[in-house]
Write a new protein. Structure first.
Length: 351
C-alpha cells in the first residue's frame, strides 16, 4: 500500500473500534457497534491520504483512534516507529507532539474563555519549557505561518470568522512541530468561499514543513485536489484504496463507482455522458452488519459469495487495493455464484 520511494510514517494494521451496547435492567453487554472493523493502510512521509465515505461510515472514528483519543478495541497503529495503540499513559504524552489533529468544528474546538495567544500557547505550556519571551515569539511565528494578524493575539474566538477560527486550530496543531496531522473534515463547517483558502494553507504548510496528512472528508472534489491517494470507506471497512488520479478516472469497487458518480462535473459535455448510479436500500446498522460483504445489501453486482464471505482488501492492480469478490483470482470461489455471477465478475474486472 506504499510508494516504495518513500518510507511509511504511519502504519495501521487491523484497526478496530467497537462501542459496547448495554441494555436491560442490569445493563448487560448485549452487542457492539462496529464503527471501525479491521482497517489497514500506510501513509508515507510527506503524503496526503484522503479518507472518504458517506456519513456514519467510521471516517472520524478512524482519525480519533489513530491518535488515541479513543482507545482502539484491537489492531496496531505505528506512528514514527512506535505503536501508539499500546503505549503507556506517560509514553503517549511524550508522543503527542509528533501527532496532532485539526477538528471539524472550529467553534466547538476552541475554548471560548481563552485568548488566541492562550489557545496557541497551551501546547507549549504542556510540552515545553520555553521562557515567556520565547513562547510569545513562537506564538507570533505560528500566527504568521497561518496568516493571522499579530494584533489579534489577545482576542477571543467569538471575535473571529469561521475561517480565522480554523486557522487558529491549525496554528495550535503546528505548535509542537508535528510530523503527522489528522484533518477531520476541516472545511466542512466553513463557507464555500473560505474552504479553498484553508485547503491552500494546508498544502502550503505541507510543502514548507514536510507534514503528513490524513485528510478526512465527504467532499470528493476537494479530496481529488488535495490527496495523493484515497481510501473509500463503507460501514467501518475500506472498500478501495487507490492513487487519487486512478480512482477518479476508473473506480474499481462498485461502491466507489456509485460514490464518484454523484460528484458534480463542471464540463456539461462530460456531465451529459456520465451515468448516475442510484443505490437502493439503506445502509445496514454497524451494530448488525451483513455476514458477508458489508455492501452486499445494496450492491448492483452482488452474487451469492458476497452474502457469505467478507472480501479482504487485496492488491488487484499495481498500487490499487480493493475488497471485492469481483476481483478474486480464485475461479472456484467465483463460480459459487453461478455462471451469471461469473459473467458479472469478468465484466467488473475489465472495467
Amino acid at each position: 500500500m506504499l510508494d516504495l520511494a518513500r518510507q511509511p510514517l504511519v502504519r495501521v494494521d487491523g484497526l478496530k473500534m467497537h462501542f459496547p451496547i448495554y441494555s436491560g435492567v442490569f445493563r448487560s453487554h448485549t452487542g457492539d457497534v462496529k464503527a471501525v472493523d479491521g482497517v489497514s493502510f500506510d501513509i508515507a512521509q510527506g503524503e496526503t491520504l484522503g479518507l472518504v465515505g458517506e456519513s456514519g461510515c467510521g471516517k472520524s472514528t478512524v482519525g480519533r483512534a489513530l491518535l488515541r483519543l479513543y482507545e482502539p478495541t484491537a489492531g496496531r497503529v505505528i506512528i514514527d516507529g512506535e505503536d501508539v495503540a499500546h503505549l503507556s499513559a506517560e509514553k503517549l504524552r511524550q508522543k503527542r507532539p509528533t501527532m496532532q489533529m485539526v477538528f471539524q468544528d472550529p467553534q466547538a474546538s476552541l475554548n471560548p474563555r481563552m485568548t488566541l495567544a492562550g489557545i496557541i500557547g497551551e501546547p507549549l505550556d504542556e510540552h515545553t519549557r520555553l521562557s515567556r519571551a520565547e513562547k510569545t515569539a513562537r506564538i507570533y511565528e505560528l500566527m504568521d505561518q497561518v496568516g493571522l494578524n499579530r494584533r489579534f493575539a489577545n482576542r477571543y474566538p467569538h471575535e473571529f470568522s469561521g475561517g480565522q477560527r480554523q486557522r487558529i486550530g491549525i496554528a495550535r496543531a503546528l505548535a509542537l512541530n508535528p510530523k503527522f496531522i489528522v484533518c477531520d473534515e476541516p472545511i466542512a463547517a466553513l463557507d464555500v468561499s473560505i474552504q479553498a483558502q484553508v485547503v491552500n494553507l494546508l498544502e502550503d504548510l505541507q510543502d514548507r514543513l514536510g507534514l503528513t496528512y490524513l485528510f478526512i472528508s465527504h467532499d470528493l472534489s476537494m479530496v481529488r485536489h488535495l490527496a495523493d491517494r484515497v481510501a473509500v470507506m463503507y460501514l467501518g471497512r475500506i472498500a478501495e484504496l487507490s492513487p487519487a488520479k486512478d480512482l477518479y478516472a476508473r473506480p474499481l469497487h462498485p461502491y466507489a463507482e456509485a460514490l464518484l458518480s454523484a460528484v458534480n462535473e463542471p464540463d456539461p459535455v462530460i456531465a451529459a455522458r456520465r451515468k448516475r448510479i442510484i443505490l437502493k436500500g439503506d445502509v445496514p446498522s454497524p451494530a448488525n452488519p451483513p455476514t458477508g460483504c458489508n455492501f452486499c445489501t445494496r450492491c448492483p453486482q452482488v452474487f451469492e459469495l458476497c452474502r457469505q464471505v467478507k472480501p479482504e482488501l487485496s492488491e488487484v492492480e499495481p498500487g490499487r487495493f480493493v475488497a471485492c469478490h469481483l476481483y478474486d483470482n480464485n475461479k472456484a470461489a467465483r463460480s459459487t455464484g453461478g455462471p451469471e455471477a461469473t459473467e458479472r465478475n469478468q465484466q467488473g474486472a475489465s472495467t
